[in-house]
Design a protein around this ligand. Sequence first.
Ligand SMILES: [Cu+2]
Length: 118
Amino acid sequence: MLKRVMVLIIPLVLLVAACGDDDAATTTAPATGGTAPTAVITISGFDFGDPISVTVGQTVEVRNDDGTPHTWTSTDGGFDSGPIGAGESFTHSFAAPGVYPFLCEIHTSMTGEMTVTG
Ligand SMILES: [Cu+2]
């Protein structure tokens, strides 16, 4: 139940943040108080979805909506979720800007990348 509510609330928060910022080409505008909202990568249908962009220190939540485990693993060793079970999630934040490619170690054809800005 809580998860269902969060699924509804987080996109709403991102939408509100984007609307309140004139130059917001992304959904990463910091919220009032300096803490950016959690960015979400949803794994569904053996796909990481569209690439996302976050800021340094922003929390990234990787959710597995599939019925089988996946991993969210950096291709150059920077991070590794280990297996994320069906319906579970993993959170991470980045300390440095850059473009971070990743894959699922269980299904190596699943790939993606994300951008971290300072
Ligand atoms: Cu996988």
